[in-house]
Design a protein around this ligand. Structure first.
Ligand SMILES: [Zn+2]
Length: 372
């Protein structure tokens, strides 16, 4: 167990649980949503604004930060906590997903992933060991192991590919655990296996046997049906140690979040609230508001009359629509603040509902929202 890291469950309601992850840089009340700060910032939103919106922990992308400005430079500034305005807890991903999906041509073998830098085209390699070393320089409170994520498929050859990826992920997890040097950084293992429940359960067992501080569900959100994903997560959680935090990576819409919370998930991250905000799509408890729609031109109402965020306190839908139309970055900024508050408040409500033993009612309400 990493120094300064612990997880305590405070209340349970069915499969849902609420608790606290303690890190060297503060406590995270769970279930929690992590805004995505790709290059060490949630695009356009300052650390004080994130705090005001209720953020407790941010996610930084290792691949992007290593490309620019580089983990060595971040380390010179005292890691992410010293370099950025966010002094609270940080989680970093391993960079594997971005390397295989965003970088130039990438090739994966037992050693790691070789890819072309998107900055200068040079050939680079990301291995389980280098992913740990980079994250240790970034100084995040929670690091993730390098894993191999295979697209989901239904034909037998795809199953063989998924099995090979899950097995390689286990071997890489072992190497990641051995590569650790920092005592003050937690490390989470990742479950793979696509949409094959047998594979996912076997992967969960093998990863749990290695004894990480927390566990993540990888390789989901790649086109599978939400109901199927919720089942996979619930069934796989039954195999993972109940006393460790569980993280569903990269998911999702509000109904996906409440389904996953019901299945026992404690941590989330997703680009949906900020990406949708930049496109003028706002989340509200009535459904989504698409600001590009002409009917909002004369709308003097706040983006969400039920919302307590700084954007909704001072601005109208008509004004936000105007800012987005003239491409003023303030429009994207204000919309991001609102959408983040919507997500973070939903998680606050979920924690309260679990403590009060009425999470099922909140889940039904959110599942009924037309927000996809
Ligand atoms: Zn708002």
């Amino acid at each position: 167990m990493a120094t300064g890291f612990s997880f305590a469950i405070r209340a349970e309601d069915g499969g849902a649980r609420t608790g606290e992850i303690s890190t060297p840089h503060g406590v995270v009340e769970t279930p929690a949503f992590m805004p995505v700060a790709t290059y060490g910032a949630v695009r356009g939103v300052s650390a004080p604004e994130l705090r005001a919106a209720g953020a407790q922990i941010l996610l930084g992308n290792t691949y992007h930060l290593e490309e620019r400005p580089g983990s060595e430079l971040v380390a010179e500034h005292g890691g992410l906590h010293g370099f950025t305005g966010w002094r609270g807890p940080w989680l970093t991903d391993s960079g594997g997903y971005q390397v295989t999906s965003l970088a130039g041509r990438s090739r994966l073998d037992e050693d790691g992933v070789t890819f072309e830098s998107s900055i200068d085209g040079s050939r680079r390699q990301l291995t389980p060991e280098s992913a740990i070393a980079i994250q240790e320089r970034l100084g995040s409170d929670i690091a993730m192991v390098l894993d191999e994520c295979q697209p989901n498929g239904t034909d037998p050859t795809a199953t063989a590919g998924l099995r090979a990826a899950a097995e390689r992920t286990r071997r890489w997890a072992e190497r990641s655990a051995r590569a650790r040097r920092r005592a003050d950084q937690a490390l989470f293992g990742i479950v793979q296996g696509g949409t094959d429940l047998t594979l996912r359960r076997a992967s969960a067992q093998a990863i749990a046997a290695l004894g990480f501080e927390g566990y993540a569900h990888g390789g989901l959100g790649l086109g599978e049906q939400p109901a199927m994903r919720a089942d996979l997560v619930a069934e796989t959680n039954a195999v993972l140690p109940a006393a460790s935090p569980r993280y569903l990576m990269g998911i999702g819409y509000p109904p996906d979040l409440v389904d996953a919370i019901a299945a026992g998930i404690d941590l989330f991250d997703c680009v949906i609230p900020t990406r949708h905000a930049r496109h003028g799509v706002l989340f509200t408890r009535e459904g989504v508001v698409k600001l590009r729609n002409t009917r909002f031109r004369r709308d003097t109402a706040p983006p969400d009359p039920d919302c307590d965020c700084a954007t909704c306190a001072e601005h109208s839908r008509g004004y936000l629509r105007h800012l987005l139309r003239v491409n003023d970055t303030l429009g994207a900024r204000l919309a991001s603040v609102h959408n983040l508050r919507f997500y973070l408040r939903l998680l606050e409500e979920a924690r309260g509902a679990i403590r009060a033993g009425r999470f099922a009612a909140l889940r039904e309400e959110i599942r009924a929202l037309p927000v996809r």
